[in-house]
Design a protein around this ligand. Sequence first.
Ligand SMILES: Nc1ncnc2c1ncn2[C@@H]1O[C@H](COP(=O)(O)OP(=O)(O)OP(=O)(O)O)[C@@H](O)[C@H]1O
Ligand SMILES: [Mg+2]
Length: 216
Amino acid sequence: MKGKFIVFEGIDGSGKTTQLKLLGEKLAALGCPVLYTREPGGTRVGEKVRELLLNPQYGELVPRAEALLYAAARAQHVEQVILPALKQGKVVLCDRYIDSSLAYQGFGRGLDLSLLEQINRAATAGLIPDRVLLLDFCCDCGVDRISRSGRGADRIEREDQEFHRRVRRGYLTLAARDPQRYRVIDANRSIEEVQRDLIRALEGVLDAFPAGNNRS
Ligand SMILES: Nc1ncnc2c1ncn2[C@@H]1O[C@H](COP(=O)(O)OP(=O)(O)OP(=O)(O)O)[C@@H](O)[C@H]1O
Ligand SMILES: [Mg+2]
């Protein structure tokens, strides 16, 4: 496998999509082949599952069904989109991956973490990211940014503050378990400051950002 697999994680409104796009533009300008993709989705089947998962109409969805639907979309996504791009040597920038399931369904909803890990190992055939960028963000601010952006809150975003706090703490716990793979980035700052840290966090992982480069 020649490409690199970079995942963006963080609570709703933490700036994942904004940062992913900015980074993608920078990489493309440097001549690096990039693929942007998002979870749940990125495929025709996945986008359908996404609709089901995020539509506030399906309030009756039970946590285990929710976890399996996310994993089903992920299986399709890995096989149809991520693996082929990595084989072609692309840098895959992915908006959410397994850690979203662990943080939201595990820490947020209280499902057993080892069960979620098992489901996800099966769904992804063991594919793990080269780097996970965790945009750590204060929960109240996330809701604020989403309401300022003018779009309506989806089914998950409608959960209460305590839920989002558990998710945030969960993400930090996951990152602390594997500091080699994860980088925690303080996302409570300007878009430019966050992007600068994010590029530092990729030094030595992407050829475009060599190790030991002291960019300011
Ligand atoms: N550092 C920042 N400072 C201020 N506003 C920001 C910053 N980063 C992103 N925003 C704004 O906050 C909103 C949410 O950002 P974005 O959509 O990138 O977050 P997200 O993590 O992708 O959210 P979601 O999980 O809901 O997809 C957007 O309107 C975006 O323009
Ligand atoms: Mg987003």
